[in-house]
Design a binder for this molecule. Sequence first.
Ligand code: FCB
Length: 487
Amino acid sequence: MMRRRSFLKSSLLGSGALLDTPTALSAPAAKASPQFPKGFLWGAATASYQVEGAWNADGKGESIWDRFAHTPGKIRDGSTGDVACDQYRRFHEDISIMKRLNLKSYRFSTSWPRVQPSGRGAVNAKGLDYYSRLVDALLEAGIRPFCTLYHWDLPQALEDLGGWPNRDLADYFADFAAVLARRLGDRLTVWAPFNMPWTFTRNGYGGTSLPPGRNDLGLALKAAHTVNLAQGNAFRAIKAASPKATVGSAYGTEPMYPKTNSEADRAAAARCHAFRNLYFLNTAMHGDYSKAAFPGEIPYEAMGFREGDGSTMKVPLDWIGIHYYLRLLVSAVPTAKAPAGASIDPLAGIRIELANEGPRTDGGLEVWPAAFYDLLMQFTRGYSSPVLEITETGCAYNDAPDAGGRIADQRRIAFYRDHLKQLARAMADGAKVRAYHAWTLLDNFEWQHGYANRMGLTYVDFATQRRTIKDSGCWYGRVAATNRVQE
Ligand code: FCB
């Protein structure tokens, strides 16, 4: 209790420091074979639409991802998540794989339309029961269940009411959170309301790559504001239903490096960090938007901000969950060159590029483990050493079974080994990380890429649903068993 209070207090005082940008573009090599502390939680993460399948089974309603994937041309390989890994029916088999990998934490997400087919009101007992059975089976296997309430599959019925830009969704989401917390909260204590809120509000409402693809930056600002309200509401609803609950986050975070050492580029990188990485964290901690995220005034009106919203958004998150996939290079560009609609886009005046000095995964992302260290230290310093959970890191490598059926995915082993060394280094330097979730347990439906990107520790033959643990899965299992990074 004492520890939590001091974290919350210092988090409010210390958050300004996060505006500093990391200075080093590379870092010294980490020591070999670091040992992790006793009780460290080795885990894996998945998301409902990416693994469950059973898209219309047992009374489940349609989600925006069902609608999007069923629309020709939206998914790269023309596939859908209708069946995915069929985890809805095969979760016992998947939990036995987790056991073989010695996992101690499983981060899954709940499908809102499976639990409430139209997003509000009537609860679908069979859908809710599924998650209860999943939690029981995980606990029986000695695995901590970690629930992300929302990993992008909004009920289509709520999108038909305007989707996240409609602030009524903040209340519907609180009801959904309460339904889950009442049913699971006697056994499950770790909750994250949203996965990557910046990504699904910005790209789903301000762009076209994710559903609903409304392509309007004004709507993105409104959607993000509703999500900030919903995060606060969900926090309170979960705590009210389950006294044991702890509520944190699962934010997508990217270390931002100024492209040059110029003052303008450094300022641009700091703004980009405040905008993309902290947009939902600082509002929870402070109950207000940070000026540091915007090039000019805070666009309260465009967000649909109302009096009293500050106290709705303000909740003392118990821990911070972050993902790391990539680093970005940020530079300032004259505001005059910003694209149309930029007056309400805080990204105006900032240019962002993917760095590409390192090797690439088959998914095209640069591999740069040292930035993971920088990111962890940035959060550690910025919020006075909060409790951190790594909610996702991972890589796409499309290695196929060899003639003997073995998947020798050496590049994935190297990826995890190098990232875990940086994690150990950050922990030695004070980062209070208590859990690490690999993305992902199984090859699965990788959103707009369909099944083209394989990111699992386990290979899935989607024609037969046969699972085969990859060499990387065996390696990760040894890490989990020994608490030590294996060479
Ligand atoms: C993250 C998502 C996750 C998965 C990985 C590769 O952005 O949270 O669902 O797709 O990327």
